[in-house]
Structure formats: C-alpha cells, structure tokens
Design a binder for this molecule. Sequence first.
Ligand SMILES: [Zn+2]
Length: 400
Amino acid sequence: MTSSALVNDAKQLLPELQKIRRDLHQIPEFGLELPKTLAYVVDQVKDLGELRVEHDISCATVLIRGGKPGPTVLLRADMDALRVDEATGLDFASTNGYMHACGHDLHMALGIGAAKLLYARRAELQGNILMFFQSGEEGHGGADRMLERDMHLASGELPVSAYGIHVFSGWGIPKGIFASKPGPLMASAGDALVTFHGKGGHGSSPWLSKDPISVMVEAIAAIPTMITKRFDAFDPVIVNVGWISAGKTDTTNIVPELAEFGATIRTFSHENFDAIRRELKILLESHAHTAGLTVDVEFSPASQVVVNDAASVARAEKIIHQEFGENRYVNLPHAMTGGEDFASIIKVIPGAFIFLGACPPEIDPNVAPVNHSNHAVFDDEVLVEGSVLLAGVALDILNG
Ligand SMILES: [Zn+2]
C-alpha cells in the first residue's frame, strides 16, 4: 500500500463523510445524553467490528480486529455539542438551541472515516483498532466515565497508543494545517469553591466578632505572591477569582458570618495539578487560622493536563509529512489555556492530541470566529486530512 492510496481512498469517502457531518450538525445534543447522535454513529460503524454501547452515558466503542495478532491502537472522537443558538446561516445550521460550535460533528465524521479506511485494510493489520466515541467532553467527564467502565480495554489489553484530533475554526491555524507540540498542550481546568466561616456581629464593634470579609480579601490578595514564590515561572499556574460574595448589599452595619469566593485553576503539568491545590489550601487555612476563623476549600473534579507523548507527536508529524508533503505541520510555541478531557486517556495510554485548521479559506483564520462562537464555521473538506492522519498513525504503529 502506498501513502497516496490512503489519501485517495479518503477523498473517495469525502462526500459520504460530509453528509455524515452535516446530518450530525443538525441534531446537536448536550452532555452525557446524546441518544440521536449515538444512534446515528452506531449505525455507521456497527458492521465494522465488535460494538459496545453504553446508553446511559451515550458512549460507544468499536473494536476492529486485524487479520494478524498485535497490539491495539485507540482512536478517539468526541460527540457532544454546546448550549449555543447557532447564527452561522448555513443551510444545515441547527435550530434546537444547541450547536456543534466546537466541531465535534467533524470529529465523529473523521473518526468514522478513519474506521472505514482501516476496516478496508483489516486483513493486513498486525493488531487492532479501538474506535472510542465519547460523549460529555465539554466539562461532563465523558472520557473518565468510559475509562471507569474499562471501555479502553475492549481488546483485552491496554492500547499501546491513543490519538485524537481537534478541529479549529480560527485561532490563526489555516485550513488543512496541523498543529501540536510535545509535552503539555492544553491546561488542566478546574474550580475552587471557598467559604470562610467567621462570627457575625455589629459593624460598630468589629473586635467583638470575627469578620470573614477582611480575612478573605487578604487571603485572595496573597494568592499571586504565593504562586510567584512557590511555582516555576516556566510551568505556569493560573488562579483567577471569578466571584466573591459576603454580606448584604443593603446593609453596612453587620459583620456577616460567611464570606465566599470561586476561582478557576489552570495548570500545565501533572505535578502542579496537585501542588497548587495543596498550596492554595495551606494559604487559605493559615489566613483563616491566624484570624481565628475556619475555612472550607472544595475543588471541583478537574480535567487533567493534556500531556502529549513526544514520540507520538513525532509519529504524527512523520505521517503528515508523508501523506500531505511539506509545511503542513506547525509545532506550537506554547500550550493553550483551554481544557480537554482527552487528557485522561493519554494519562494512561501514551499518545497525542493534534489540532487541525478548518477555517474556510475565504476567512482570515486570525480573526475568524473561534470554537464555541455561535458564528463558528468549519470547512468539512478537512475530513480527508483528519481521517488520513488517524488511520495513518494507526497503520504506522501496527504495520510500520
Ligand atoms: Zn471541543
């Protein structure tokens, strides 16, 4: 098989994949409940291998067994949409109050494309392909639900490698250009919810109460200094307070009992994921303790840091060069502050997450509406590039 055979086969599939993408675009669903989407995807892939469907979390896997024994490669596509009223004016725009504004409709179509390309080559495969169709990427922990249920172990063993693709409608990446980097690619994103417990009283005699407001304000002000002094400047940590709350807006002469705030936390290494939670708790508790208060610190379940395996990125770059020629891959200078739950998958299976520009050529990708915008548009001709990359890395791992 030559490399151009894969691209030619993907080009033959393109009209079918575009139809799949546009059909799915018109039935966007949210979170972990994607009954129509799941049924559509399952219908496309059910004859390609051993199917497992988990209806309560709207997830599915398809195991394509190769003709020869060997390891398993996991290829992931996410399937959920956003609560956004679509304003693109496309003739296949959604009308139900949800929108595939993050391009997950393209991820499903290119995943199905890769599955079809690999199924056609199954006799020669020295190992297995595990297609991983997940719900709930947008903050609902879909990848983690699938891992908890051992859906990644469908072949009976841990896959040796995992790949996923994310399309971008903007962010400066032109159509058909791939981008990624070894090491940290996307942040861990999670929340802290903090409540200081004081002792209420009269505002005229604050020394008789325990004011939680002043303690909380001092503690918040100390966070940036703690980060500067405790964390490596080249492994960034972001703690941004998004809201604070205490007292009543129509009253000034009461010391309230409680003061609360919420913050988003972004980290770029597994080490700092744990370290910032530990250090923040120490800082808040020491401020509370010094003033005779107590504090509750709660951390929401957070996405992990997307940490790409360097060899897996190099393999993707090699396949992109082999299949599409020069200047189609960009090594990004730094990680993005957005989060992505594919991180949980490549924390247990070495792999890589690769971005793919899908901005229509008539729009400048530097100013195009980005993913999650109600105006975001994706050129679905890139389903060729996406399918070929996923199929190409899998073939290279198993047969290369
Ligand atoms: Zn997304």
